[in-house]
Design a protein around this ligand. Structure first.
Ligand code: ADP
Ligand code: MG
Length: 707
């Protein structure tokens, strides 16, 4: 016996009780490669994805009329006698089966039918229970492709109420429903309960498996609402998993020791002296919050939120100068090349006034120039490096990076944030700037691992942008307005939703529009769109900036930031197709200079209720945070964030627009749970681990010390 304690390596792994649910869908009977692929498109690859794919509708088969009284258009279930089979005379004709009850006759109609099969299932003289949609054609009753044909003794097999799931082309509803049922059968009956029993009781909530089963078997439309006890329970489970995960990830991020970056203010003072303005109170406060974080030994992870033009970049620059004062280097990463250059140009005067060395590094800096920048960076001859994601490529080595600022503009740069952390510079303080005014509930779920500073007010002197909403019939007037305006030297953006080739729908294509406007208004019309090469796009933008172009027709690419203070008119075509936040961002492109600006939102009638509400909100307020809350209410979070982009904010059970209060409760609950049981080791903690895995928060579990 030696005195060594045995070395035990414990790895957190998915609990075996969940294995059946994490099997792939193809392990279900009847699911081959083709169905698997289609199901993956609508739900996912694993059974767990199927159980979380809740129905969006319900078919009620309880309507059982006599044929004579059967209403066309309704789903009906009728007991009939099969009279005869009428095979088609040629292949284009349908196969018909005549049936009757004691009141009337009905024809079952099958296109592309297999005659043998129909003969067998519907032999003349047999009694059958049929269920499907009743149609009336030339005053004759028909049922095209009945959903069910069963012998009367199998009545009990015919579902009274059938859930309807969102489908994709080629995926039969029945196949998906069957797959979901198969997946539900695999939900382990002995899952531990992760919610407090008294909480369940107080809310009137069922155990997880039962809630799930009920959510998949609605009997009425009303049972599809996000507020049924089943859906509330499932939403709460998901939100709790989300909040637990965020707290765990956050604790982990912060456990990495940050450095103390405490400047003495000498560079900041010089830079401020070079500005023609004083910081607003909101800016002062945000900067103070950032400086406090930087000066602490914990690592900073802070989000700076504020509309375009709210003054975030100035604040970020002052924070970077603080890092330089403390003897470290700083980095500022922009989402696009144009923005990186713009930041560089805008911040150069401050850097010069402070005597700080700043350099630019994007994908376009290559060869000797790039080499020189990298060498200088390594020797600490560059204090602040501005650039695109090229800043974080393998060969870029800072001598001593202390603060990284990531300007996300309107994208959720979860990925950028992760690369940055993955680079091994654990000590780097991180400040993320975003111009997406995110509602509190979303900030909590998307950026819950960060602290938030908000710039509510805008710098003084900004005139509000006059916003007008007009129908497309009045496009001619808009063009005349532009003609007068550009004659006096004005500059205008004209935004179209999509490029011609990308959609068949009749959209006012940017390309066509540019040609038309050129014809009407002369050669000072340019075009930028998403399919252009970046260099071409930059060139067009530059021409607009220097005035060679008076009108810039654009797809939404201009959303991702150009700063042209001379632009005073923003025309948005098909405004009804844009989201509220998007329109707000577009409007933010004008009203940046001294002159009065206007935003013309042109819509294609008729205007739906939601679109109407959106445009009204926009006319009434220009507070990005108010607009964001309204947007969440009108659209729901998925759309708001562009679920596909956001990666992290994917809720399947929770609907943040409807479950905001649940989120707040889940957050408090999660805090309390982890304060008592930080590594989730108690019996309930064990159950909560299962919950985390169930909702795919594996990353968070990995940060727990294993029991
Ligand atoms: P954001 O990064 O939030 O889009 P910027 O920091 O680029 O905003 O500021 C937008 C414009 O407003 C810039 O031209 C900037 O110089 C100016 N600005 C910033 N802060 C103030 C202020 N306190 N007073 C006046 N102008 C300001
Ligand atoms: Mg720090």
């Amino acid at each position: 016996m030696t005195g060594h304690a045995p070395l035990i390596i414990v790895v957190n792994m998915r609990p075996s009780i969940l294995f059946p649910l994490f099997a792939e869908t193809r392990t279900l009977p009847g699911i081959g490669p083709r169905l698997e692929k289609l199901i993956a498109q609508v739900a996912g690859k694993r059974l767990v994805d199927l159980i979380f794919d809740l129905p969006t509708g319900v078919i009620d088969r309880s309507y059982r009329p006599k044929l004579i009284a059967a209403e066309a258009g309704r789903i009906a279930t009728v007991l009939v006698n099969v009279l005869d089979n009428l095979p088609p005379r040629d292949r284009r004709q349908p196969y018909r089966v005549r049936c009757s009850d004691d009141t009337a006759t009905i024809e079952l109609v099958f296109f592309h039918a297999h005659a043998d099969y129909l003969n067998k299932t519907l032999p003349a003289g047999a009694k059958r229970l049929i269920s499907g949609r009743i149609e009336r054609f030339n005053n004759r009753l028909q049922m095209p492709h009945p959903d069910y044909v069963v012998p009367p003794e199998q009545d009990s097999e015919l579902p009274l109420h059938e859930p309807v799931y969102a489908l994709t082309e080629g995926l039969p509803g029945k196949s998906l429903a069957k797959a979901v049922r198969g997946a539900l059968e695999k939900v382990p009956p002995a899952l531990p309960e992760w919610q407090e029993p008294f909480h369940l009781k107080a809310q009137g909530w069922s155990p997880f498996a039962e809630a799930l089963r009920k959510a998949h078997t609605p009997a009425h439309e009303a049972e599809l609402a996000p507020t049924t006890p089943e859906r509330l329970r499932l939403a709460y489970d998901e939100l709790l998993a989300n909040q637990l995960a965020l707290i765990l990830i956050r604790a982990h991020m912060r456990a990495a020791k940050g450095r103390v970056l405490k400047g003495d203010g000498h560079l900041k003072t010089k830079a401020l002296g070079a500005l023609a303005f004083a910081l607003t109170e909101a800016q002062e406060q945000a900067l103070a919050e950032i400086e406090t974080d930087m000066a602490s030994s914990a690592r900073m992870l802070r989000l700076l939120q504020g509309d375009v033009g709210a003054g975030k970049t100035v604040v970020a620059m002052l924070a970077l100068l603080g890092a330089v004062e403390a003897g470290a280097q700083g980095a500022l990463m922009a989402p696009t090349e144009i923005l990186a250059r713009q930041h560089m140009a805008a911040l150069q005067p401050m850097a010069e006034a402070a005597g700080v060395r700043m350099a630019l590094l994007t994908g376009r800096e290559r060869g000797p120039q790039r080499e020189a920048t990298l060498a200088a960076l390594a020797k600490c001859e560059i204090d602040i490096l501005v650039g695109t994601h090229a800043l974080f490529s393998e060969d870029v080595a800072f001598r001593d990076l202390g603060l990284a600022v990531v300007d996300e503009q309107h994208r959720f740069g979860v990925h950028q944030r992760l690369t940055l952390q993955g680079k091994g510079e654990k000590m780097v303080d991180v400040l993320v700037m975003t111009a997406t005014p995110i509602p509190r509930t979303l900030a909590l779920t998307a950026y819950g691992d960060m602290d938030v500073s908000r710039l509510h007010s805008r710098p003084p002197g900004r005139k509000p942008v006059e916003t007008r909403v007009l129908p497309s019939e009045r496009l001619g007037e808009v063009v005349e307005h532009l003609r007068k305006a550009i004659a006096t030297g004005a500059r205008a953006y004209w935004v179209c939703p999509l490029v011609a080739e990308s959609e068949k729908i009749d959209l006012a294509a940017a390309e066509e529009r540019a040609v038309e406007l050129k014809t009407a208004l002369g050669p000072k019309v340019g075009l930028v769109h998403g399919k252009m090469k970046p260099a071409e796009r930059d060139a067009a933008m530059a021409k607009f900036k220097n005035g060679e172009l008076a009108i810039l027709v654009a797809t939404t690419v201009i959303e991702v930031g150009v700063d042209v203070p001379e632009a005073t008119i923003m025309v948005v075509e098909h405004a009804e197709r844009f989201g509220l936040a998007q329109l707000h961002q577009l409007r933010g492109r004008v009203g940046r200079g001294a002159k009065k600006s206007s935003c013309l939102l042109v819509y294609q009638p008729p205007l739906g209720e939601t679109a109407k509400a959106r445009l009204k909100t926009l006319r009434e307020t220009d507070d990005g945070f108010v607009i964001a809350e309204e947007d969440l209410r009108l659209r729901g979070p998925g759309e708001l964030l562009g679920t596909r982009q956001s990666g992290q904010v994917e809720f399947r059970m929770a609907d943040l627009a409807a479950h905001g209060e649940l989120l707040a409760a889940a957050r408090d609950d999660a805090k309390l749970i982890l304060s008592r049981d930080p590594d989730l080791k108690s019996p309930r903690g064990e159950a909560l681990r299962v919950l985390l895995y169930l909702f795919g928060r594996d990353e968070a579990v990995r940060y727990l010390r294993a029991g």
